[in-house]
Design a protein around this ligand. Structure first.
Ligand code: GLY
Length: 395
């Protein structure tokens, strides 16, 4: 059997000390986020922020991209931390557009139905018990499982299932789409969603993660024979480098599959993937856009840092006190959040309607390079909420 190596932590001193992140620090960072949300509330009631900003300003778009729900998810977080009905009202207006998207099959050729419906309808159902949005989210789960190839045991990421360029391609990001399926099994009692999610994550563990615990961004499977083909990047530096955000999706995503399956192997994997990530952070703990870069002139990806912080906080929750990584991951998450709060927010760029500067959407496609991106804003907010309360996951 293939063994995935664990690098451990190469510079334990870096994660030894408790960074000064107090509850007051987090609350004041959240206050800034709420101020920015308030400024954006009208612009993004019936429309949504584009995935990435242009000159640090998000244009408004319809509910057509994979990212619409991150803004809705931020509204739910804002509602949770303040109890202010104005956030709930706007989030609920947006739920209509998520229903329309599923009913009318608008831009649904994607595995990102998981992101889209977890942070909109599932979050709404968990917080308000709204039965209608539960049905909408279940429709999304039903659509998501149509992308599953039985023989290969994977969910195809992008595009038409017969498109030869996309057929049988799975990507590391999909780990974050699986919670929609775990949730669907929980609320319906039908195991089929769970089985598909667990099969996918098991294949991802086997093929997307390399022996050194780094990740391919994408991996092709032969859907006719079920055999593995090869790894390819889409948004990373090269096929054999490790795209930072992909690794961050893995940190968080494998730990979420652990929660739903109880499979400790997934948690062990999440730890190895995390260690690889932590060993490649620059001085200020905010990764470059690909982990092949550890210093120099390349752009940072603040969004990957925020995702990884949430993932590490989740992992730490499940580790026993006797596991030294519990403290290391908590400290590392706090250091990242502190660095983001002190040096990466738009407080230094008042014309921006975003929250975190210096993210990269896709450098190879020259998309959203050194801009805000909406999922970075969401995960930064989620990390802070995790630090001030016992937050129940939308995932
Ligand atoms: N899931 C797409 C991305 O992270 O850019």
């Amino acid at each position: 059997m293939r063994q995935i190596r664990d690098e451990g932590i190469r510079f334990p001193d870096r994660y030894d000390k408790l960074p000064g992140v107090t509850k007051e620090f987090c609350e004041s960072s959240i206050k800034y986020i709420l101020k920015k949300i308030d400024e954006n509330l009208e612009k993004f009631t019936y429309r949504f922020p584009a995935p990435a900003s242009v000159n640090n300003v998000y244009p408004a778009i319809d509910n057509t991209d994979w990212t619409s729900s991150f803004w809705t998810g931020m509204l739910w977080l804002a509602y949770e931390v303040t109890g202010d009905e104005k956030y709930r009202r706007v989030a609920e207006i947006q739920l209509d557009s998520f229903k329309k998207r599923i009913d009318e099959k608008i831009c649904i050729d994607t595995h990102d139905l998981g992101f889209l419906y977890s942070l909109s309808c599932v979050a709404a159902y968990k917080l308000t018990g709204n039965e209608e949005v539960k049905r909408t989210a279940l429709m999304a789960a039903d659509l998501l499982i149509t992308r599953y190839f039985d023989k290969a045991g994977i969910i195809q990421a992008w595009g038409d299932l017969n498109d030869p360029g996309q057929r049988g391609r799975m990507i590391i990001d999909c780990c974050m789409n699986l919670p929609l399926l775990y949730w669907a099994s929980e609320v319906t009692g039908d195991k089929k969603y769970y089985n598909i999610a667990y099969s996918h994550v098991s294949q991802a563990m086997k093929y997307i993660i390399r022996e050194d615990a780094s990740s391919y961004h994408t991996f092709y499977m032969d859907v006719e024979t079920g055999k593995p083909k090869y790894g390819r990047t889409a948004q990373g530096y090269s096929d054999d480098s490790c795209w930072s955000r992909g690794q961050a999706w893995g940190i968080y995503g494998f730990s979420l599959s652990y929660i739903y399956s109880g499979d400790w192997e997934l948690m062990e994997l999440a730890k190895k993937v995390t260690n690889y990530f932590l060993n490649r952070l620059p001085e200020d703990y905010v990764c470059y856009w690909d982990l092949i870069f550890t210093d120099g002139q390349e752009e940072r990806d603040s969004s990957a840092a925020a995702i990884a912080a949430c993932g590490m906080l989740e992992i730490a929750k499940h580790l026993p006190l006797s596991d030294p990584y519990k403290r290391i991951y908590e400290n590392a998450a706090l250091m990242i959040v502190k660095s983001l709060a002190e040096n990466y927010t738009t407080a230094s760029c008042p014309q921006s309607n975003g929250i975190l500067l210096h993210a990269v959407y896709s450098k190879p496609h020259r998309k959203g390079v050194d801009e805000c991106n909406i999922w970075g804003d969401y995960y930064y907010f989620e990390a802070l909420v995790r630090l001030i309360k016992d937050w129940k996951l939308y995932w």
